[in-house]
Design a protein around this ligand. Structure first.
Ligand code: M6R
Length: 597
């Protein structure tokens, strides 16, 4: 939530660099934007409501070697120009951009008001530059002032701060991500600098060398040198330089109109990449599950639905009971966690605050944590005891698609390893990948587009499933809700008759997800119950059935069935959004990476 980006170095177009890079962080928030560039006589600050992608980079003509920028997902204070970042100190010499929440901002603000500070916005952020200003008066040292101010904040945050007195960029983090991009190449000694951003796409076109800030760390750089240190103690920290493996083009939407469709299509390859894990490592993790006294799976939203599906994978494939909880609910489980418990966390971004909290709860009890993440180097991947990468490539659309099928593939593979059938599992997933490749052909996609056209005026839509298709029914609802704003709900097929069936009217579209397995007949009965009440039944299944008014064929993928069943729903959601005039890449009220609790 919120993207922040700063640059300091030898280049003279810092304003352009940050505004341009910020466009690649738009997925983190898109209700307003802002930039501060340092120029000889002070700061140039521009900010406005609206999307960063609409801002013309060419207008940032000032000569500047230091700039910071922000794209906002509002928490405190409405979407107004005054609430947009950067925020400034009383004397307008200090600018700050911020991702996260300063929980004790109200008390700090009252204290600062008594000292004569005035506040222009409703944000929690505005206390930061004012407090730094107070500290600077005491110490005369900007970096020390930022450190002292940080020591007074409660909550999770990442900040970038700059001051008109020097070309120094200071960054600090507790909870929210910050990554340094290193532009120091011995072959081009005159072109140097450091980038600091919430995520690597902001600066990937300049460098693939990064250094990660850990929680409780800060960094001070003038573009030539950089010093990492502990916020609390001031002790300096050594940092490794790490190479990012993905290429710039992978984060590009190419000829596709939207990232969402591009990422759905990426699944022709991404499932195979996810399944192509190191076999020794998978086997080791399967052993860890076998030996644990209680394995818990947690994730949020779509990733949570992958975890819930894995409960069924482990049960059906490996006769093993594991427990799923939404990450935001896991905290309460501390009562029975021990150092023999195992927590498996699943997250595309690797930065989700609720997931991090679950990890901290588990670790405080001595439990081990396995992370399944897409973003290499993310906080979750670095804090976990073991990490498996999805290798799906960057996922930019807010709606998670290729990460989900990668997560399902990795979890299914682990279940197969636990059952002593790793090779068989890998083979199944490779076959599934080739089925997806066949399935996502232009005719198939057109059919789903036509179906979207047919049902786009309905404001309610229900999806049912049983076994691993139950979480996929819930995931279908998330996909449809978030991009098309149609009211969609996913249910366990057998639950409808206990209440929700009262919602069905003549013509209500209902999607039934099913495979060829032990629950197919139950699902057909549930679909018939709906049809008898007038529902329009869309069957997503390997075989047609008279109960279906519309049949969306999916291949018979056996235990990998949920992976193939969800794909037509992703495509349908995409077209529902487009045909209802919504931008599927930027749904209202949402952000890609949810770094607040
Ligand atoms: O980055 P994560 O996988 O941890 O994100 C979890 C959820 O916020 C995410 O899946 C969200 O539900 C998506 N918008 C769904 O498409």
């Amino acid at each position: 939530m919120c993207g922040i980006f700063g640059y300091v170095g030898s280049r003279k177009d810092a304003g352009k660099i940050v505004i341009d890079g910020l466009k690649n962080l738009e997925y983190r928030g898109y209700d307003s934007w802002g930039v501060a560039s340092k120029v000889p006589d002070g700061l140039i600050v521009r900010k406005d409501i609206g999307k960063i992608s609409t801002v013309d980079t060419a207008t940032f003509e000032e000569e500047s070697e230091l700039a910071i920028a922000h794209t906002r997902w509002a928490t405190h204070g409405g979407v107004t120009q005054l609430n947009a970042h950067p925020h400034l100190s009383e004397d307008r010499t200090i600018a700050v951009v911020h991702n996260g929440i300063v929980e004790n901002y109200a008390a700090l603000r009252d204290e600062l008001i008594t000292k004569g500070h005035t506040f222009l916005s409703q944000t929690d952020t505005e206390v930061i530059p004012h407090l730094i200003e107070e500290e600077l008066r005491k110490t005369g040292d900007f970096a020390a002032a930022v450190r002292n101010a940080c020591l007074r904040f409660d909550g999770r945050y990442a900040i970038l701060a700059m001051h008109t007195a020097s070309n120094t960029l200071v960054a600090a983090r507790t909870g929210s991500p910050l990554i340094v991009g290193v532009l120091h190449n011995p072959e081009t000694p005159d072109d140097y600098g450091y980038f600091i951003a919430s995520d690597t796409p902001a600066f990937r076109k300049y460098t693939h060398i990064v250094q990660y800030l850990d929680d409780g760390e800060m960094v001070v750089t003038d573009g030539k040198t950089i010093i990492f240190s502990d916020i609390q103690t001031g002790e300096e920290r050594e940092k490794r330089e790490i190479e990012i493996t993905w290429e710039v083009e992978e984060a590009d939407k190419g000829d596709f109109e939207h990232y969402m469709l591009k990422e759905i299509m990426d699944q022709k390859e991404s499932v195979a990449r996810a399944a192509n894990q190191d076999e020794v490592q998978i086997q080791t993790l399967a052993e860890a599950i076998k030996n644990a006294y209680g394995t818990f799976l947690v994730g949020c939203g779509t990733a949570g639905k992958a975890c819930m599906a894995a409960e069924y994978f482990f049960s059906v494939v490996a006769n093993k009971h594991v427990n799923y909880a939404p990450a935001s609910e896991f905290k309460v489980y501390h009562h029975f966690l021990t150092d023999r418990s195992l927590l498996i966390v699943v997250s595309q971004s690797g930065e989700t605050a609720d997931v991090l909290e679950a990890m901290h709860v588990a670790k405080s009890k001595g439990a081990k944590v396995l992370a399944i993440v897409n973003v290499q180097g993310s906080t979750i991947s670095r804090e976990a005891d073991y990490t498996l990468l999805l290798n799906a490539g960057p996922e930019r659309a807010v709606a998670s698609t290729k990460a989900l099928t990668g997560q399902l593939a990795v979890l299914l593979l682990i279940a197969y390893a636990l059952a002593g059938k790793l090779k068989e599992g890998k083979m199944l997933l490779m076959e599934t990948s080739s089925m997806i490749n066949d399935m996502l052909n232009p005719r198939y996609v057109d059919r789903l587009s036509n179906l979207a056209e047919r049902i786009k005026e309905h404001e309610d839509l229900y999806i049912i499933g049983k076994s691993w298709h139950y979480p996929m029914a819930m995931e279908s609802a998330i996909k449809i809700q978030e991009v098309s704003y149609v009211h969609a709900e996913g249910f366990a097929g057998g639950e409808l008759k206990h209440g929700p069936i009262a919602l069905i009217e003549e013509g209500t579209p209902c999607i039934a997800l099913m495979g060829k397995d032990e629950v197919t007949n139950d699902m057909l009965s549930n679909a018939m119950e709906l049809k008898a009440r007038g529902a329009f039944i869309i069957g997503v299944a390997p075989e047609n059935n008279p109960v279906f008014d519309e049949w969306i064929k999916v291949p018979d993928a056996k235990d990998a069935q949920p992976i193939v069943s969800i794909i037509p729903i992703q495509v349908l959601s995409y077209f529902l959004a487009v045909k209802r005039g919504k931008n599927p890449d930027m749904p209202r009220n949402l952000a890609k990476s949810v770094t607040v609790k």
